[in-house]
Design a protein around this ligand. Structure first.
Ligand code: ZN
Length: 213
């Protein structure tokens, strides 16, 4: 029985030589990669960020980290409204650092890299985050509510962590079967040759890091 779909290979390039980005799914190893800070903001990086916003909206998300599109960079995009027409609410966070956090609050989270899986996660209620924006200027955000949750979820991604790592054993048991489905799907892509090997993925990440970190 064959489930192979040769047209679903990712990491293709556009005519201009810019990476055409796609959202990768659990358990892709890049999701466990600890991202390194970027050295500069330039036209090419802004093009990647534009593609990330596009993908985030297409998949109806409110945040998307670079390693979710198979890039080893310390960068994520967010729009807590999820509304592509609300450009005011868009923010790119380059080399984000969470400086401080206060309080604790539980809320339900999902992830574009584990679509359909949801679970309650305890996060800091308020945070202070420092990052660089699209033009390379630094800014500090004092955030609470959904925006604070998004930033903590995305910074976790950049550290190679997923929200499922933060579930209690009972809550994890509830999504275990769903996660196994993702693992089976990933393995069948590997078996079909649609998914690069761990060595190929690591080599590509090292190449991309050399260019920008
Ligand atoms: Zn996520």
């Amino acid at each position: 029985m064959s489930h192979c779909q040769p047209d679903s290979i990712h990491a293709v390039f556009t005519k201009g030589g810019i990476l055409k980005l796609e959202v990768i799914h659990f358990p892709h190893p890049t999701l466990r990669h600890v991202s390194k800070p970027l050295k500069r903001v330039d036209v090419e990086l802004r093009e990647m960020i534009a593609q990330m916003f596009e993908l985030m909206y297409r998949h109806e998300g409110v945040g998307l980290a670079a390693n979710q599109v198979d890039l080893p960079y310390r960068l994520f995009v967010a729009n807590p409204t999820g509304d592509p027409d609300n450009k005011e609410a868009e923010q790119a966070f380059i080399n984000p650092v969470i400086r401080s956090g206060k309080g604790q609050v539980e809320g339900e989270e999902g992830c574009l890299s584990i679509p359909g899986v949801l679970g309650p996660v305890v996060r800091k209620e308020r945070i202070s985050v420092e990052a660089y924006g699209l033009t390379g200027e630094s800014f500090v955000g004092e955030l609470d509510g959904l925006f604070a949750r998004i930033v903590q979820h995305e910074v976790d991604h950049l550290d190679g962590a997923l929200f499922i790592d933060r579930l209690s054993p009972t809550q994890y048991a509830e999504v275990k079967d769903q996660l196994e489905e993702f693992e089976i799907d990933f393995q069948s892509k590997r078996d079909c040759g649609e998914m690069p090997t761990d060595e190929q993925i690591a080599a590509r990440i090292a190449e991309l890091e050399k260019l920008r970190t």
